[in-house]
Design a binder for this molecule. Structure first.
Ligand code: FAD
Length: 285
């Protein structure tokens, strides 16, 4: 359970996304069932930046919390939300017995006009956290970026803003995915020097197809080390070999983290229980 993190016990957590279509809930629940069998300490559920699919996030988070009995962390973004939207969602989470959210700014949706963007209620995640802390009893986590957020001109400035999120009530941070552990170690050192004391979860995404690089990874801004680029060059054309090699890379990455004292691991499970199970079996055997 999530509490383990605050007691300095090693934690394993997953990120999942809600179904895109209403009719797909049954298969999404089956995915959650399979991931739940791996006994994660918590599962976080993503949220569309514009907030249009908030209900789906709540529904999946509720299934995780109430049917599976696993702590759920519901992502919430504020870029496209008014204060009243956040309060409504916070109320829904409370009704569903969900006490944790990952409070995010989100990215500006393509269809958001300049006017809407200029008049948004919250400029940054820490503003949203201030508001949620004042008006709700939600526990909050925040996002962090081992290679800095793409809008920040320096790591120093990004870390100053990260500290503001801690001051606004973030109880822990979940990291952007990264493939080179050295970035993470250096980031943790700098964050500690800034006085950031809450726990961090290391975000690991298994690359099981070359196509992932063109989408999720590019958007994340994370750098691709030579070892991973070589692996994709060697196996990218063969689906099963690429899957095995990507899983193996993630396992080695996690083992190295554990050997270096990083014990809170957050797997970007991408709703793939089989891949996730293979990684979990290898690292906790
Ligand atoms: P912020 O903390 O607001 O930071 C954004 C930028 O502004 C940074 O460069 C920061 O340094 C700067 N900044 C922060 N505060 C201030 C301030 N007070 N003054 C000036 N500058 C400031 N997106 C989704 O749409 N849905 C999801 O479910 C989702 N899940 C995510 C999960 C994780 C673990 C991560 C790492 C990201 C996720 N994202 C998600 C993406 C996220 O919304 C984007 O990365 C977004 O660009 C930044 O969100 P944030 O909460 O980190 O923003």
């Amino acid at each position: 359970m999530l509490q383990n993190m605050f007691e300095h016990k090693p934690t394993l957590s997953f990120e999942v996304f809600p179904p895109k279509k209403d009719g797909d809930f049954e298969s999404a629940f089956q995915v959650m069932d399979a991931l739940g069998k791996l006994s994660p300490d918590f599962i976080s559920v993503t949220y569309g930046a514009g907030g249009s699919r908030a209900g789906k996030t709540v529904e999946i988070a509720s299934y995780i919390q109430n049917t599976l009995g696993i702590d759920a962390v519901a992502h919430m973004t504020c870029v496209g939300s008014r204060k009243e939207d956040l309060l409504r969602i916070a109320g829904e989470l409370k009704r569903h017995n969900i006490s944790h959210c990952l409070a995010l700014r989100g990215d500006r949706p393509k269809d958001m006009s300049d006017e809407q963007f200029a008049s948004r209620d919250f400029a940054h995640a820490n503003d949203m956290m201030d508001f949620l802390r004042e008006h709700t009893d939600l526990h909050m986590a925040g996002a962090c970026y081992p290679e800095k957020h793409f809008e920040s001109f320096s790591m120093e400035s990004d870390l100053n803003h990260l500290k503001r999120k801690q001051e606004a009530g973030a109880e822990f941070f979940i990291s952007q995915l990264f493939f080179d552990n050295d970035y993470y170690y250096s980031f943790l050192e700098k964050a500690a020097r800034k006085g950031i004391t809450v726990p961090f979860c290391a975000g690991i995404m298994p690359i099981t197809s070359a196509g992932q690089l063109g989408t999720t990874v590019t958007l994340s801004g994370s750098s691709i080390p030579k070892a991973l680029a070589n692996l994709i060059a060697a196996y990218g054309d063969n689906k099963e070999d690429m899957r095995k090699a990507g899983i193996d890379y993630a396992i080695r990455q996690i083992r190295d983290l554990q050997e270096n004292g990083v014990n809170d691991i957050h797997i970007y499970a991408m709703n793939k229980p089989k891949t996730t199970a293979e990684i979990v079996a290898a690292i906790y055997r």
